[in-house]
Ligand binder design. Structure first.
Ligand SMILES: Nc1ncnc2c1ncn2[C@@H]1O[C@H](COP(=O)(O)OP(=O)(O)OP(=O)(O)O)[C@@H](O)[C@H]1O
Ligand SMILES: [Mg+2]
Length: 395
């Protein structure tokens, strides 16, 4: 029996570069814009996709790629809990300083930021940048100028700057952000011929819509890049790579099950892979390991990503029999009530009606403009119901 130490799966955190799969076309598109950037043209991308679809992983892959292969300085900043421009610029420059700490030009740059850089910890390994709010306001106002000064310092050795602003969701809803971005882009365009800075905002699709309402001309500025599910081949590639990295063999049947239930969702392939990894005892993933893993993953997914009320409702005895029937087939994200009903008895139809109402109240599904048509508000929910019905069948 082999002793398990560390799972190669990381549900919920950006995937390490070695296990990154897919997105070739998007990467190619983005690399074209990055090439423009290296020529001196400031470029702006808005990377959108639903929660857990792989935005941060793609950004992290790109950052790695531009730093190691394109000789740029790449920074990836998480702004999930940042609500104002001052905090945003503080995060950006702090990341920049951390990123360039080991470099020869660091001391020159450090002098711009002066006494507000603190090297903490043993051997000064951790760094913080915490200027007073007056100075942060200045950094917000003079953002293009400050970036340009940094570019001057790094230009001998680096081709440009890649900045990914991740989880822009709370900022994107603010008009101060929209207006600031617009004037940043305008100022760069009018004052600088050569400004090799690539900026990628990252958020859910709704946020891009909000931003475009706040500042319509921003939509001409941003090139939208949208990412969606992975293909089954890409999921398969990932499963194989991940198990290979820990010397575990995967049977073709076991692999098919993991691929099928992942339904192209990166988050789900990590949840399923992780559950299967911990179940296996003999270093070979067979059908039983895979199925047992899918059932465990269903539990995890329900507990972690669904509201407790939804979780309880879906698991209640009342719905088990219809869930079982619905789960015989993959439930698509959009579905018609009557297509589902054909499989149900009269009694179940009534329960189904209540089920739909309950799911609507809980915000799991919504009606669409077509009568009798519904849509799951995200892609995890139908898969969870699918998984849950599979596991209730087993029970
Ligand atoms: N291309 C990929 N290859 C392998 N695993 C991936 C890939 N993309 C995403 N993942 C995995 O899927 C999960 C979700 O990815 P990630 O956190 O990047 O998504 P996200 O869109 O940024 O989510 P959120 O909206 O929650 O920020 C993580 O476990 C991540 O490791
Ligand atoms: Mg993310």
């Amino acid at each position: 029996m082999n002793m398990k130490e560390r799972s190669p799966f990381c549900p919920g955190s950006p995937v390490p570069v070695e296990l990154f799969v897919g997105r070739e076309n998007k990467i190619e598109d983005i690399m074209n814009y990055i090439n423009n950037t290296i020529q001196g043209k400031q470029e702006n991308i808005f990377l959108i996709g639903s929660r857990g679809i792989g935005k941060s992983s793609l950004a992290s892959f790109l950052r790695y790629y531009v730093s190691s292969e394109m000789n740029m300085v790449g920074i990836h900043v998480f702004l999930g809990r940042v609500f104002n421009l001052e905090e945003m610029v503080r995060h950006i420059f702090e990341k920049f300083l951390k990123e360039t700490k080991g470099q020869t030009w660091f001391n020159n740059i450090k002098s711009f930021f002066g006494k507000y850089i603190k090297q903490l910890g043993l051997f000064g390994v951790s760094l913080t940048f915490a200027p007073p709010s007056e100075d942060l306001k200045e950094l917000v106002r003079k953002f293009p100028e400050v970036l340009n000064n940094l570019l001057m310092e790094i230009k001998k050795e680096k081709k440009g700057l890649f900045i990914a602003l991740d989880d822009i969701n709370s900022l994107a809803g603010k008009s101060e952000f929209a207006d600031w971005y617009k004037s940043f882009v305008d100022e760069v365009a009018t004052h600088y011929d050569n400004f090799p800075v690539f900026i990628m905002l990252i958020g859910i699709p709704e946020k891009r819509d909000v931003l475009s309402e706040l500042q319509p001309s921003l939509m001409r500025i941003f090139r939208p890049v949208e990412i969606d599910r992975l293909s089954d081949e890409e999921v398969e590639q990932f499963i194989i790579k991940a198990f290979e990295s820990v010397d575990i063999e995967v049977s073709p049947e076991g692999k098919d099950i993991m691929v099928r239930y992942s339904s192209g969702l990166p988050l789900l392939m990590h949840e399923i892979g992780d559950a299967v990894f911990w179940i296996d005892t003999d270093g070979i993933i067979d059908v039983y390991d895979a199925m047992a893993g899918v059932f465990n993953a269903a539990e995890n997914v329900g507990e972690k990503y669904l509201d407790p009320k939804v979780y309880r409702a879906i698991r209640s005895d009342r719905y088990i029999s219809i869930l079982r029937k619905l789960g015989e087939d993959h439930i698509p994200q959009n579905f018609k009530k009557k297509d589902m009903e054909v499989r149900l008895t009269e009694n179940e139809k009534r329960v189904f009606h209540n089920f739909l109402r309950r799911m609507r109240e809980l915000g799991v599904i919504e009606t669409t403009s077509k009568r009798g048509s519904y849509r799951f508000v995200n892609e995890i929910y139908p898969v969870y119901i699918f998984l849950e019905s599979g596991s209730s069948k087993k029970k």
